[in-house]
Design a binder for this molecule. Structure first.
Ligand code: GLU
Length: 512
C-alpha cells in the first residue's frame, strides 16, 4: 500500500503573510487534496526575536478567506502536535544531543568576539565567504578541539554554548527535487550551522527536520529560497537515521517583479500601486501597514485561480478553474522552474471573469452593502437592476454601486467640460420636447418607448439624435459617460426622468 500523502505549510509569524507564502499554502493544499492526503499547518515560531503579534491570526484568516483550510493546525490539532514549534521546545534538545552522541554534532563555546575575530582573520586572508566549517572549526573553541574534561567542566559550570552540525569535509550531497531534478552540492561549501541556540531554542533547521519527521510529512513543498538549505536537511535526515522516511522535496519558483527583474517585494507593491498581501495588515506595535487583495475587492475564487497560475499551468489553453477543478488538474510536474512574473492586470482580469459569472441577485448584495455604507437603503429590486446595468463595466464589486449610484442620487452638478462642448440649443430643444412627451406618456416606460419618445423629440426639430446624445446623458446623470442610457431611463421611470431633465434645463447655460 502506498503511503498516505502528508504535506505541510510552515510559515513563521514574523509579519503579514506574503502572497508567495499564500501560493505555497495553495500548492500544498491542492497537492494534498489531489492525492487524497492531508494538509498540515505548522507555525514555526522558534525565533523569538522576530515574533510579531497578530501574524498567526493573519495567516489563519488568509487561509480561511481563500477556503484552503488545513486538516491539522494549532487551532484544529491532529494527533502529531504540538503544531506550534515553541510548544515543542522541551523536546528538541534530546534530538540535538542524539546527534552529538552519534558524532554528527558538537558543542561550541565561542564568544561573539571570538567569532568576529575568526571572520576578520579569514577576510584578511581573502576568504570570500568566511564561515564556521569543517576547516575553521579546528581552530575554534568546541568539543572537537577542547579536551573531554574541559568540555565537561564548561557544561557543568553553565557556560553558554550552542550545538553545531558537523558537516563532513568531502562529500557530495545529492537530492532529487521534484521540480528542479537532481541537485548536487559539495559538502565543503556548507557551513556547520547552529542547531541549538544558547537560549535553549532550536534553530529553524533542527526544528524543521524534527517536526517534519514527527508529523509524518511525505512531501516538502516550499519556496525556492529554501533550496540552499535542502542539502543540510538531507544530511540531517541521514545523521538521524531517518533516511527511509525522508520527505521528497519540491522547491517552487520565485514570484518575480512585473518586469521580471528580481523577487517581488512589498516595496514593489507600494511603488506600483497594487497589494502583495492577501489581507490588509496593521502592526499595532510599530505602525507598519499593508494593503490586501481582499479589501481591494478581489473575490477569493478569482484570487485563488490567479495564484494557482503563478508558476503552474494545466498544459492547455484553459484559464478559469474552480478550486475543485484546480485540485483535479494539479500536479507538481506542471510547475515551472523559471520564476513567475507577477502581473496585476491578470489578477484584475480574473476578478472580472468571476464577477461576470455571478448572478444579478448575488451582485445585488454587494450593491446593497456598499450603498448602505453611504447611508442609502436600496430595495432588492433596484439593486438587482443596478447590478444588471453595471456588471460588465466593473472590475471590483464595490464599483457596482459607484457606477449605479446615479440611479438613486440625481445630479446636483454637471460635468463642466461636457457642458461646455455639448449643451447647445439643439440639445435644449430635444430635451425640452422629450420632457413634455414623457409627461404626456401614459403607462410604464420601457426600453422601446423610452427610445421611441426620444427619437420623436429629435425628429420634431429635425435634429440628429447622435449629435445631442451626450447632452442628454449629461442632463440625466451629470456626466458624459456611464452605463447604458436607455436602461437608466427605464429604471428611473418617466417622472424622475422628466424631473431631472427639467432641473438640467433650468441649471445649465447654453453655449450658443
Ligand atoms: N518557516 C519557514 C518559512 O517561514 C518554512 C520553510 C519550510 O517550509 O521549510 O518559510
Amino acid at each position: 500500500m502506498s503511503q498516505q500523502v502528508r504535506v505541510r505549510f510552515a510559515p513563521s509569524p514574523t509579519g503579514p503573510l506574503h502572497i508567495g507564502g499564500v501560493r505555497t499554502a495553495l500548492y500544498n493544499y491542492l497537492f494534498a487534496h489531489k492525492m487524497g492526503g492531508q494538509f498540515i499547518l505548522r507555525i514555526e515560531d522558534t525565533d523569538q526575536t522576530r515574533f510579531v503579534p497578530g501574524a498567526e491570526d493573519y495567516i489563519r484568516e488568509s487561509l480561511e478567506w481563500l477556503g484552503i483550510q488545513p486538516d491539522e493546525s494549532p487551532w484544529n490539532p491532529g494527533s502529531v502536535g504540538p503544531y506550534r514549534q515553541s510548544e515543542r521546545k522541551p523536546d528538541y534538545m534530546q534530538y540535538a544531543l542524539d546527534l552529538v552522541e552519534k558524532g554528527h554534532a558538537y558543542y561550541a563555546f565561542d564568544t561573539a568576539e571570538e567569532l568576529e575575530a575568526m571572520r576578520e582573520r579569514l577576510t584578511a586572508a581573502r576568504v570570500v565567504q568566511p564561515q564556521y566549517n569543517s576547516i575553521t572549526r579546528t581552530q575554534m573553541k568546541n568539543s572537537l578541539t577542547l579536551s573531554e574534561e574541559e568540555v565537561k567542566e564548561r557544561l557543568e559550570s553553565g557556560a553558554p554554548y550552542v550545538i553545531r552540525v558537523k558537516i563532513p569535509r568531502k562529500e557530495e550531497v545529492r537530492m532529487n527535487d521534484l521540480i528542479r531534478g537532481w541537485v548536487m552540492v559539495h559538502s565543503s561549501t556548507l557551513d556547520d550551522k547552529v542547531l541549538m541556540k544558547s537560549d535553549g531554542m532550536p534553530t529553524y533547521h533542527l526544528a524543521n527536520i524534527v517536526d517534519d519527521h514527527l508529523m509524518g510529512i511525505t512531501h516538502v513543498i516550499r519556496g525556492e529560497e529554501w533550496l540552499p538549505s535542502a542539502p543540510l536537511h538531507v544530511l540531517l535526515y541521514r545523521f538521524f537515521g531517518w533516511e527511509d522516511t525522508m520527505p521528497q522535496f519540491a522547491h517552487l519558483p520565485l514570484l518575480l517583479k512585473p518586469d521580471g527583474n528580481g523577487k517581488l517585494s512589498k516595496r514593489d507593491g507600494d511603488r506600483l500601486g497594487f497589494p502583495v498581501f492577501p489581507l490588509n495588515w496593521e502592526n499595532k506595535v510599530d505602525g507598519d501597514t499593508a494593503s490586501g487583495f481582499r479589501e481591494q475587492g478581489y473575490l477569493p475564487e478569482a484570487f485563488l485561480n490567479f495564484l494557482a497560475f503563478l508558476g503552474w499551468n494545466p498544459g492547455d489553453e484553459r484559464e478559469i478553474f474552480s478550486k475543485k477543478e484546480l485540485t483535479e488538474a494539479f500536479s507538481l510536474e506542471r510547475i515551472g522552474k523559471a520564476g513567475a512574473k507577477f502581473d496585476i492586470a491578470k489578477a484584475k482580469w480574473y476578478n472580472e471573469q468571476y464577477l461576470r459569472q455571478m448572478s444579478d441577485e448575488e451582485l445585488a448584495k454587494f450593491v446593497i452593502h456598499e450603498a448602505q455604507k453611504e447611508g442609502y437603503s436600496l430595495s432588492n429590486e433596484l439593486a438587482v437592476a443596478a447590478a444588471q446595468l453595471t456588471r460588465d463595466r466593473v472590475t471590483f464589486p464595490q464599483e457596482l454601486w459607484k457606477e449605479s449610484k446615479l440611479l438613486v442620487v440625481a445630479p446636483q452638478s454637471f460635468d463642466d467640460q461636457v457642458a461646455e462642448k455639448r449643451w447647445n440649443q439643439d440639445a435644449i430643444k430635444v430635451l425640452s420636447s422629450y420632457a413634455e412627451k414623457l409627461q404626456a406618456f401614459e403607462g410604464k416606460l420601457d426600453l422601446d418607448s423610452a427610445k421611441e419618445l426620444l427619437g420623436q423629440a429629435a425628429e420634431a426639430h429635425e435634429i440628429k439624435l447622435g449629435k445631442v446624445m451626450q447632452a442628454v446623458r449629461l442632463a440625466v446623470t451629470g456626466s458624459g459617460a456611464g452605463p447604458d442610457l436607455m436602461q437608466v431611463f427605464v429604471i428611473l421611470g418617466k417622472d424622475e426622468l422628466a424631473k431631472r431633465i427639467s432641473f438640467a434645463l433650468a441649471e445649465l447655460k447654453p453655449i450658443d
